[in-house]
Design a protein around this ligand. Sequence first.
Ligand code: OGA
Ligand code: MN
Length: 267
Amino acid sequence: MDPFEVIPTGGALGAEVRGLDLRNELDAVTVRLVRGAFLDHGVLYFRDQRISQADLVRFTRYFGDPVPHVRPQPDRPIKEIFVISNVTEDGKPIGALGSEEIPFHSDLSYLPEPGTISMLYALEIPDKGGETMWASGYAAYEALDPDLKQNIDRLHAVHRHPIDALNTPEPTMHPVVRTHPETGRKVIYVSPHLTHHIADLARKEGKVLLEELIAHAIDGRFVWKHQWRVGDLVMWDNRCTMHRRTPFDDRQRRVMWRTQVFGAGTG
Ligand code: OGA
Ligand code: MN
């Protein structure tokens, strides 16, 4: 019998994992089963956790190397933890990303080697808003018209962060259709937040196509929304999903710990 249960959300992606207490170390069989569920569902969430920063880093390490986030943050004991929050203390933000909407994106796609797996653990959440939704790049790709699939198969897009200082000196390019290195399945890899233009087409033609692809990729059919509760840990696969956060009232507090993995992990 599996040491835990996997309950699909019923939406285009995502599943809840029930029965694991992430304060504990996981054995190799459990890790393998969680990895399998993760590749199947793209997003996994674990509720009612009460973990420390060290627990989160240890759990992240089962799937790859957690690295300090590329964006600077105040010195802290466990550098692999990045705080996502709108809260300020003594006039200084304690974390990143504020309270505004964050449009759909795949993490760090503005870098030549984007993030692969990201995790968020909820410590404080607002009463309303600040929800995160994920879109399945697989479902979006599979639902494309066959002619369009063929047209976009060899195209590349330039990805760029709206904050210019975060970008690499050379433009970052990725295929519009990527193949997930572990599942071998194809996904649409463009986003409204970070994809700037299609490299291989005239600007106007490229713009029309990019808008069409983005509108398709974030269509409600392919999206599932997570309603956060304190103690939720969510992990997602940036190689086959995008996510968006809804805005919330900045007078409310939202505090999360985050970890980031690059590379394909240990398999
Ligand atoms: C992120 C992100 C969304 C959120 O941490 O990469 O996009 O819900 N966060 O805070
Ligand atoms: Mn993100």
